[in-house]
Design a binder for this molecule. Sequence first.
Ligand code: GDP
Length: 304
Amino acid sequence: MFNSLSDRLTATFKNLRGKGKLSEADIDGTAREIRRALLDADVAVPVVREFISRIKTRAMGAEVSGALNPGQQVVKIVNEELVNILGGQTRELQFAKQPPTIIMLAGLQGAGKTTLAGKLAFHLKSKGHAPLLVACDLQRPNAVRQLQVGGERAGVPVYAPHPGVSSEAEAPTGDPVAVAREGVSTAREKLHDVVIIDTAGRLGVDAELMQQAADIKAAVGAHETLFVIDAMIGQDAVNTAQAFNEGVNFTGVVLTKLDGDARGGAALSVASVTGKPVMYASTGEGLKDFEVFHPDRMARRILD
Ligand code: GDP
């Protein structure tokens, strides 16, 4: 991830090295290079436009400070703006005053929700919480079973009244909204302080799916709704994220498959177009391939 973007930006900044003062032409040239690098990394066009405009305005108006030469000053500005579009501050889960805290996962099929549910449960358990996983993806054959396997690996129980099936042909049946409600009641009875609800996804954004997710959210009063998105989907990320933002008004984003060779555009676009922070990153199929997302560290990784 980001290797190519990172190399391109580093090369651009190298050209500024040794310059005593930046001319308007230097700034224009640099902005053009950054723009191309971002577009080639699949960052959404409106995000790039806004980003470049801010960089130019700030670079033109930058006071030459004693400590930094003009080239370093541009790098500093780009770094700060990258942190901004990645959501600014690190944002961790906000726990409900009255447990259980209810976290719902939403996103397209294949985004990595079920895998993430196990990882998030494991992460929270390692922080001293007692999570319960709830299997509300009754659409995809095998999803319940997959969550049960993830739960076993994480050492976290799974509420799944409908048997998990392993055949690709047959999906479990039942009402996901009712399952979500029962899951939360079970968590209350058994004193779990966090509930993680896995929901169904479709291959494309779909009104019925969105309604189902919104119904689950309303029925249980989810405190956090995490939109899970595969970083490999490139330019489609923006439309998908906007549709889910309108449909379920999510509170945070989880980027998955950051271990792949995606060009990184999704990561840089989603927080910016939705105004919602990226909270976690998934970096593989293992239980521990999971990290809290720090915008400043990610920006540094891109610019190093
Ligand atoms: P869901 O349909 O959203 O529940 O998606 P799944 O959790 O079933 O994930 C879809 C596929 O992506 C599975 O084969 C997962 O093993 C894989 N997967 C999920 N997260 C990651 C990740 O961060 N990196 C990689 N390489 N694969 C992942």
